[in-house]
Design a protein. Structure first.
Length: 76
């Protein structure tokens, strides 16, 4: 989630602006929510991003919209 927060902020802002105007369905993020990323989850939820917690997710997080996908894989 931190990678997404750091590197996809401009894309997120554009999508969220379009979502407010009802021109876009919004942004959804799928991740394993743990103590290390709970602050990012709060920021994303406050911004209007829907978060889905998946307990048994491989070390990977991804966000999707109706036209794009952003994914990160944690170093193992």
């Amino acid at each position: 989630m931190q990678y997404s927060y750091n590197h996809f902020s401009e894309i997120r802002k554009k999508i969220l602006e379009k979502q407010k105007k009802r021109e876009h369905k919004g942004y959804r993020h799928i991740s394993n929510v743990i103590q290390d990323n709970v602050n990012f989850v709060k920021v994303f939820v406050d911004a209007g991003i829907r978060i889905r917690h998946i307990k048994n997710l491989p070390p990977m997080s991804f966000g999707v919209s109706d036209k794009s996908i952003a994914a990160t894989i944690e170093k193992m």
